[in-house]
Design a protein. Sequence first.
Length: 114
Amino acid sequence: MGNLNTLFWIKLLHTLIWAFFVIVIFYVLFSGVTGKIDTLTWVGIALVIGEGLVLLIFKMFCPLTILARKYSDSNKDNFDIFLPNWLAKNNKLIFTTLFLIGLVLVLARTFFGQ
């Protein structure tokens, strides 16, 4: 029972952090689309790049995924997070693409005008 309880809390924390970064990525995308670029836009960009560096350091795995692996032998992509399996499987592709679109738009608007 202790392992299931621990896995639940890891999944909950992982899901909350994921939701935070989804909001940040959409904020960067919103900023790029609308041209409303502010300090939060740049903080968001830095946070997402920081998260990307963490993933690179951990060989494209979230540290919480590595921790959750100690409590589950599931082969599902969503064993460590409260997301539908298809979203957990395609998470990095979807949100990296959205972030890069937002980043390109923010940089274009910043350096080449509105």
